[in-house]
Design a protein around this ligand. Structure first.
Ligand code: 9WN
Length: 420
């Protein structure tokens, strides 16, 4: 079974490879996505380390002058996706892209790739990639932590990678959607609308996008005035992990000049994450930086603390209690949102379904702190889901049914790199 699935996973990655870069799935997502590519590179590296590096290198080709690495690279115009480059106002750039970023997984991937093979050719490639990653991390620590609080904000739900998480509902409700006008969604022509964000969400997504485009994606304007600016435990923990990995890479290369800056980011985040601790809930949640209000639900990103190297008992004990409670409510974990919360929906995208990439990161963190049983439950659930429903984009935690796009790159990648 495992060998058959290995072959299918490899075939999916190769079929979604459009020549040095990989799309998440045909039809629904016809471009290169940021954190998708970072996971895909890990999958490729299980059978072709060179191809893994190439995925990261093509992703970094889209880097903006200010260091930002966009969440989508529009390498060729494809009218089957909305919103495309003309909506983002980037159609005249050398490489048209979206205007904001996505969770910075790439440095963690590069560390994994480099640990697999440290021969001279990869040292050289690391030397080229390292300053780009450093610039991207610096961008995150300034543009999205403008006041140096030690937590990373997202200016758009898409920037978090967890588009319609219920915790965005409150902050996004303040977004004025009166200027959005008419538009035609394309996603619901590929996937049942019940599995996708609602129209209210899309109106808000487009209104926030319009704000970004109108201020030319100016980081200070966004930090001060964007209609949506919410600190996210998902991006903050992924960034903290990636900073630790970047630090290890700096040591490996002897890049001593970069060390103090990266160490400062790590120290600041280790303090800053206290801001994301919701004392009423006993969990890390979002924090709306406009209103000062915490998200009111436990999401799967709450369990990324160990992945980020955060394991103080004060945080860990309540976090694991939530984990056990939530896992006891589902057949397959990890649900992306608390099944006991009224906003939970088992099939709607980031409001409940299981995502393989989150499972991989959560289980990795758990295993690293010795929570091996819980880590193993997550891995086994992931295997069971893929055996039952194939390489779907995401899965219903109750029925195990696959949802969203099929033949999905990152699900294949985590299978190869971790679950199998
Ligand atoms: C918008 C590609 C991406 C993932 C995101 C996921 C989804 C896009 C969409 O698909 O978002 O970026 O159109 O729904 O939420 O995490 O990177 O797989």
């Amino acid at each position: 079974m495992s060998a058959d699935l290995d072959k299918i996973a490899i075939d999916i990655l190769q079929a979604n490879d459009l020549g040095g870069y990989t799309i998440p799935t045909k039809g629904l997502y016809p471009y290169q996505w940021n954190w998708d590519s970072a996971f895909v590179a890990q999958g490729f590296a299980t059978f072709d380390v060179n191809r893994g590096w190439q995925e990261i290198e093509t992703l970094l080709q889209g880097q903006w002058d200010d260091g930002m690495v966009p969440h989508i690279l529009f390498r060729k115009d494809d009218p089957t996706y909305f919103p495309g480059p003309s909506v983002w106002g980037t159609q005249n750039r050398a490489l048209p892209s979206s205007g904001h970023s996505q969770p910075p997984v790439a440095a963690s991937t590069v560390r994994l790739l480099f640990e697999k093979d440290q021969s001279a050719t990869y040292v050289e490639r690391l030397r080229v990639v390292f300053p780009k990653l450093l610039a991207w991390h610096r961008w995150y620590h300034t543009a999205r932590d403008f006041d140096g609080r030690g937590v990373i904000a997202v200016m758009h739900p898409w920037e978090s990678g967890r588009d319609n998480l219920p915790d965005w509902d409150g902050p996004a409700a303040r977004v004025d959607t009166s200027g959005v006008g008419d538009y035609v969604r394309k996603d619901t022509s590929f996937v049942n609308a019940d599995m996708r964000p609602r129209k209210t969400d899309y109106d808000r997504y487009l209104a926030i996008l319009q704000f970004g485009r109108e201020c030319n994606w100016d980081a200070e304007k966004i930090a001060r005035d964007a209609p949506f600016y919410v600190a996210d435990p998902g991006v903050t923990f992924i960034q903290l992990r990636a900073d630790r990995d970047l630090l290890a890479l700096a040591h490996a290369l002897g890049e001593t000049a970069a060390l103090p800056e990266i160490e400062e980011w790590i120290a600041r985040a280790e303090q800053g994450i206290e801001l994301l601790w919701n004392p009423d809930l006993g969990a890390f949640t979002t924090l709306d930086l406009r209103s000062g209000v915490h998200g009111e639900g436990v999401s799967s990103a709450s369990f990324l603390a160990p992945y980020a190297g955060i394991c103080k008992a004060r945080y860990l004990e309540p976090t694991l209690a939530h984990f056990d409670r939530m896992m006891s409510k589902v057949t397959y974990g990890v649900p992306s949102y608390d099944p006991d919360h009224p906003a939970f929906e088992s099939m709607r995208y980031w409001r409940g379904p299981v995502w393989g990439i989150l499972n991989y990161m959560i289980a990795t963190g758990f295993a690293e702190i010795g929570e091996t049983e819980r880590a193993e439950r997550i891995r086994k659930d992931t295997v069971a889901l893929i055996e039952k429903s194939g390489f779907a984009e995401y899965f219903d935690p109750i029925s195990g049914e696959g949802a969203g796009g099929n033949s999905f790159s990152w699900t294949s990648a985590i299978w190869l790199n971790w679950a199998s």
